[in-house]
Design a protein. Structure first.
Length: 543
């Protein structure tokens, strides 16, 4: 994932393309209808910030809202408030904390139109892609609302001397979690990651990206309405290089989603303080279309896998490996579907893809495509900016004939660009897919389930999807999700996604006899007795 700090650059030089524009329905809402002064005042209530900053919509570049900007002193104060409120929250029974998540689930579902508008305005997404965030947060809230008690309940273990040593494993909250959330999924990657931290008894100080802060603040407002104490959830805003290190400086645990480069800095800051950290970082994800794949379904799936949220998704596909026997057929079908995608900026369903989020993303996309074409790659679809729709629109783009050292071959583009490569056999496909420092997500398309699972086990990525791009693995929240290699540390979802926010504590009670010489035994007799006991426990297959 690329960094959230935008760098002023020139947009790609192109003004016309082939993708149609989705018509806006009559009476559609505007930014002024959604982001009113009253809404901003409500959402920013209680946010630490003695300065002022602003966020903007990618659709037009216009300012959406003036927001509080936090200083280092504001961040420290937010942690003080969170730390003071956390013990009372942690003292509640798990079922009471979980009930907050279940009420939040209902509020998100019932008021989704509000947050869909905000997500679209702040990220430039098509509405259907914004709805993916509503789905993901609702699933996480339901899962941890139902399963937190089981994940966190005390566990009995066999003691060193069975029956005489009683051992219980407890899970204690870490305290105050510092969370640094990105701009690309401002609902799911902010509050979605915070939910297991809250239900396990922690407070959270969150730094969302300023440009997508209203979405995160909306989620905070709903969690408070659902019963979360306001002081337990603090939000700080400001420039990443200024505010981010301050969050790491005060946190008892750090959760970060962003670029690999910044993730290394976050990890170093946490390590210096000996606090834990989880990192979901970049990806250069591969999709493998095998010779026996359903080519039509694979082409339709590739559109979803490559161009959802305009490719600004850590787990989206940027490398497409297609067996040479079906490559021409696949490319033809994929290109036709890509060229038919409707682009649009209306706060309504109908567009197939929205805008890039900022000038930096547009510059990277344009540079990667231009360099590849200059060095011999062929444009199959797209390859042009669409300022006729909005300042940051770029057509979904397919490149063929990409080779190293083209930047698009190895660097994360994080935009609506995918490169097609051909392979001869299964071993070559696996080798090519694994030939990257990243290891976040991958996709395999085949009619043979056993073959798909066999290949999946050989891919060095944290998630693998068979006959889909990314949604099945990510949406199955009982299972862990995260990256291998340069794509991160730790996991979200499942038991790992909640237990990371806790400290394991072992409580051992010794009964009747001590673990020391007793009943008149000297040291030598005690050692002989323990030796016989160890042999007996192995013979009886005790663990």
């Amino acid at each position: 994932m690329t960094d959230s700090q935008a760098a002023p650059t020139s947009p790609a030089a192109a003004t016309a393309g082939t993708n149609p524009v989705a018509a806006a329905p009559a009476g559609v809402r505007t930014a002024a209808d959604v982001v009113t002064p009253e809404v901003v005042a409500r959402l920013t209530r209680g946010v630490s910030g003695s300065g002022r900053t602003a966020n903007h919509t990618p659709f037009t570049g216009e300012k959406l809202a003036d927001l509080p900007e936090s200083t280092p002193e504001d961040v420290a104060a937010a942690f003080e408030r969170a730390r003071a409120a956390q013990p009372a929250w942690a003292a509640l029974p798990v079922r009471d904390r979980a009930a907050v998540l279940l009420r939040f689930h209902d509020l998100v579902i019932g008021r989704q139109s509000e947050v869909l508008d905000l997500i679209q305005l702040e990220t430039g997404k098509a509405r259907l892609h914004a709805h993916e965030e509503v789905q993901a947060v609702a699933v996480a809230a339901r899962h941890y609302g139902r399963r937190a008690s089981a994940y966190l309940k005390p566990k009995r273990h066999t003691g060193v001397v069975p029956t005489l040593t009683k051992v219980t494993e407890l899970r204690q909250p870490r305290g105050v979690v510092g969370q640094i959330a990105p701009w690309n999924y401002p609902l799911e990657l902010s509050v979605g990651d915070a939910l297991p931290a809250f239900v396990s008894g922690n407070a959270v100080v969150m730094k969302p990206d300023t440009e997508t802060a209203l979405t995160a603040l909306w989620a905070r407002d709903l969690l408070i309405e659902a019963g979360l104490p306001a002081e337990v959830f603090q939000v700080v805003l400001g420039d990443g290089p200024v505010v981010g290190p301050e969050v790491v400086k005060h946190a008892d645990y750090v959760s970060f989603t962003g670029s690999t480069r910044t993730g290394r800095e976050v990890a170093q800051g946490a390590a210096a303080r000996l606090v834990g950290v989880s990192l979901e970082l970049g990806g250069k994800n591969a999709m493998l279309v095998l010779a026996d794949a359903d080519v039509e379904k694979a082409a339709a799936g590739a559109v979803r896998a490559c161009f959802s949220s305009a490719g600004q998704l850590c787990i989206s596909i940027e490398r497409l490996y297609v067996h040479e026997s079906v490559a021409d057929d696949f490319v033809e079908r994929f290109a036709a579907r890509t060229k038919a995608m409707r682009l649009g900026s209306a706060l309504a369903y109908g567009a197939d893809m929205g805008s890039l989020v900022g000038e930096r993303q547009l510059e990277t996309v344009g540079r990667h495509v231009a360099e590849a074409v200059e060095k011999g790659a062929r444009l199959v679809a797209g390859g042009v900016a669409r300022p006729d729709i909005g300042p940051l629109f770029y057509e979904p783009t397919i490149l063929d004939g990409v080779e190293a050292p083209m930047a698009v071959c190895t660097e994360e583009t994080f935009g609506p660009v995918v490169s097609i490569y051909r392979f001869r056999d299964e071993d070559e496909a696996v080798e090519l897919a694994n030939a990257t420092p990243y290891g976040l997500n991958s996709s395999v398309w085949t009619k043979d389930s056993k073959r798909g699972h066999r290949i999946a086990a050989r891919l060095r990525t944290g998630t693998v999807n068979i006959n889909e791009g990314y949604a099945p693995a990510y949406g199955s929240v009982q299972s862990p999700m995260g990256g291998m290699k340069d794509s991160g540390l730790g996991r979200r979802h499942g038991s790992e996604g909640i237990l990371k926010y806790t400290e394991a504590q072992t409580v051992a009670q010794q009964r009747l006899i001590p673990l020391a010489p007793s009943f008149g035994m000297d040291d030598e007799k005690y050692a002989a007795f323990m030796t016989r006991s160890l042999k007996a426990m192995k013979a009886f297959r005790l663990r």
